[in-house]
Design a protein around this ligand. Structure first.
Ligand code: ADP
Ligand code: ASP
Ligand code: MG
Length: 445
């Protein structure tokens, strides 16, 4: 029976040779793990994004390239500088410098993705060498051969039918009897140009590849031993959850729990592939299993927070009893590929939040919307999502929540569409305090 497992290692898990060695051990102890999907070493993608922006002055560019070289050379040094790989990494660093110089003259979206993708290309090369140096043979695989996407650079969408066919042809035979190491986060458009799937996208890559390989499990190895009741960096009393359903974990990821990229669970749900989240620093600590069904279904399971939210209020005095206003507004947003999160309506207005931040709300979009309505835009808001079970079916749920929010200006509330969440928008300045209070009140130890 096929027991193939896919393991994804995030940035902190591959930050240096020591961290990479811990990942190697995890793979060596799990011979069924045939595909390792890697992020760039922690910090690398941020440096590459800065270089790709084209906004850095020459001195700043040199400093960034220096930092990048230091991270990669640190790993090479621990590997005793294998000659071929050292030359290869040096070539990539020169290539990044040349691309960054071009971006400083004329930054383009395609150039951005070409630059940013180099992080994953380097970490995977280094990791294969580290495995070999430990006597664990592994092959390096360029994921762009199978991860074909559209050409929406920096937010590309994979072509799933093509992925399935290419994985069967190119990747599955390789994984049949050896360990394969490949890149998360990156892909290629039809014309071969490199694309990326959005920040944090390696989780999504791993889940997509697991689906295409018909894997029995996906392991997401990160810097925390599982999914916590809320971000442990925010609330010290947060604690790991041993088991959580796909529905609950999807809500958490969607509403800001950074531990999983929001799209990660879509492929897992389609194929019912259990997902494990654990710490590569302490694999023995266990972690969280995400499955279709869980033993416990608590009313309140977790709290997620998303900062930097934008609230649009669209008002049209003649909206009352007029057909088609909402269709027009959503048509404009859909045309510009802006996805909407929360919605509330009144007789003459509709308020909605954007999950993509303000950058997609271009002058062109504003102008188009203004033709149909008066547009008000509010910033500095945070979205808090309470995640749980049967929340809209249990009396008193909302009163428990809002009792804890007595001194907060709740700007918008969404409740009832799903029994797994209750979301509201508050001033960002209050968000840390509110998450802490809610955790204390609703998720006491
Ligand atoms: P990686 O580089 O491995 O992908 P990320 O930084 O993307 O790791 O995700 C792990 C981080 O997610 C944790 O360090 C933690 O601060 C944050 N996080 C946010 N919400 C949660 C949560 N509910 N449970 C666990 N971690 C969370
Ligand atoms: N390296 C990419 C990022 O930092 C993708 C990932 O880590 O998942 O966003
Ligand atoms: Mg991540």
């Amino acid at each position: 029976m096929n027991q193939l497992t896919v393991a994804k290692f995030g940035g902190t898990s591959v930050v240096d040779a020591e961290a990479m060695s811990r990942c190697a051990l995890i793979l060596e102890e799990n011979p069924n793990t045939r595909l390792a999907v890697l992020s760039a070493s922690s910090g690398v993608t941020n440096i590459l994004v800065a270089l790709a922006s084209g906004e850095q002055l020459p001195d700043a560019r040199t400093a960034l390239l220096g930092q990048l070289t230091e991270i990669q050379q640190g790993i090479l040094n621990s590997l005793d500088k294998p000659e071929m790989l050292t030359r290869h990494i040096e070539d990539i660093l020169v290539h990044i410098k040349e691309l960054s110089d071009s971006a400083a003259i004329s930054p383009t979206k395609a150039l951005h993705d070409e630059i940013v993708a180099q992080g994953e290309l380097m970490s995977t090369r280094l990791f294969v060498e580290l495995l070999r140096s430990r006597g664990t043979p592994a092959v390096w695989f360029d994921v762009r051969k199978v991860m074909r996407t559209d050409d929406r650079f920096s937010r590309a969408t994979p072509d799933l039918a093509n992925l399935q066919a290419e994985v069967e042809k190119e990747l599955a035979p390789l994984c049949a009897n050896q360990l394969v190491v490949t890149q998360g986060f990156i892909g290629a458009a039809k014309d071969g140009r490199t694309t990326t799937l959005g920040r944090g996208g390696s989780d999504f890559s791993a889940a997509l590849l697991a689906e295409a390989l018909n894997a029995v499990a996906v392991q997401i190895w990160t810097d925390v031993p599982g999914i916590y009741t809320t971000d442990p960096r925010l609330v010290t009393a947060a604690r790991p959850i041993s088991e959580i359903s796909f529905s609950e974990a999807s809500e958490m990821a969607t509403f800001g729990a950074k531990v999983l990229h929001p799209a990660t669970l879509q492929p897992a749900v389609r194929q019912q592939i259990p997902v494990f989240v654990g710490s590569s620093r302490a694999p023995e600590s266990g972690g969280t299993w995400i499955r279709n069904e869980t033993d416990s279904q608590p009313l309140f399971r977790a709290i997620a927070l998303r900062r930097n939210q934008v609230l649009l209020t669209l008002t049209n005095q003649s909206m009352f009893q007029v057909h088609g206003f909402l269709a027009e507004v959503f048509g404009i947003l859909a045309k510009h590929k802006i996805s909407v999160d929360l919605i509330t309506t009144s007789v003459i207005s509709v308020s909605l939040t954007l999950d993509s931040g303000a950058e997609l709300l271009t002058d062109e979009v504003r102008e188009e919307l203004n033709k149909h309505c008066h547009l008000q835009v509010e910033h500095d808001l945070a979205l808090i999502a309470l995640i749980g079970n049967r929340m809209s079916e249990v009396s008193g749920t909302s009163s428990q929540v809002f009792k804890a929010l007595i001194d907060v200006n709740v700007r918008m509330i969404c409740y009832g569409a799903s029994s797994h969440n209750l979301c509201f928008l508050i001033p960002e300045a209050d968000s840390d305090r509110v998450v802490n209070t809610l955790h204390q009140e609703l998720l006491p130890a």
